[in-house]
Design a protein around this ligand. Sequence first.
Ligand code: AMP
Ligand code: MG
Length: 337
Amino acid sequence: MKTEVLKASEESIKKAAEIISSGGVVGVPTETVYGLGANALDEDAVGRIFEAKGRPKDNPMIVHISCLEEAEPLVKKIPEKAKLLAEKFWPGPLTIIMEKTDKVPSVTSGNLDTVAIRMPSHEVMRKIIKESGCPIAAPSANLSGSPSPTNAKYVYDDMNGKIPLIIDGGECNVGLESTVITLAGEKPRLLRPGGVTPEELSEVLGEIEIDKAVKAKLEENQKASSPGMKYKHYAPKIKVVIIKADSEKYVEYISEQKENIAALCFEDEAEKISVPCVTYGKSYDSASQAKRLFDALRELDETGAETAFAHSPSEEGVGLAVYNRLLRSAGFEVIEL
Ligand code: AMP
Ligand code: MG
């Protein structure tokens, strides 16, 4: 299959919508990361997403809508708490899990009786949903296990020959996948941190639970509340190790290592480091780290080094999402100095 990359325009959006409404898969831009979009209600179409990504079948999709009414047929009821969250954070980088109706095929929900729903803010994605006339299932547009793509070129690198079309809508604003919260249990529980922070969620909902899997590795026998959390994820080919230390100690540690290493550090540290280094944002600015992290992980592979030592980010606010992704890309390997 030849993969076409088209800049977002009225015409290319129409083409994307035609492919999606006739059961195909398109690479689509969103404000979080690029997605692989298909009709969420069409089992065969969703099956094609799993195939293109090589995604495990029990890892459910996020279903994207362009207005709240589109959620109504998909869920048993929209809980009051979901309405409050939607009012405050939609359109935007928040996914809400609710009890699903039979309209949502089990292939979309990974056989769960719940469905994950998000209303994205990226104008191009919103138009594609409207023109397609269906809710769009869209996981991140990377091969399963790799860092999520934040531009059309990285989607092409992973998906060339697997899908017919990628719409280039520029760089993603947030750079990390959405925050996922479930309202299907007794208490709201954060399953995956993202652009909407736990503090912001608590302002609307009061106290929320934070799933253990956000900051720790699940044991072999533990069930994952969010199936995606149990897989090795976001990993470049290079081995990544996280270093928890202040800037001075981190720089010193790097200088003591043997050959064939690289550093994943903050912009304000780069000049003090003498091994090949890739930066991910400013040390005091979590949003800038979020925006850069996945690109930086891909760039690390180009250094040719064997191991990358990553300076651990702050875990506050959006930093929790940055840390969560970095931890998985490092296979949970952390050295505390
Ligand atoms: P991605 O599509 O790559 O952004 O991943 C979607 C994430 O949402 C994965 O971690 C899934 O496990 C999670 N997810 C989707 N639907 C559900 C659901 N019904 N219950 C729990 N987690 C879900
Ligand atoms: Mg993903």
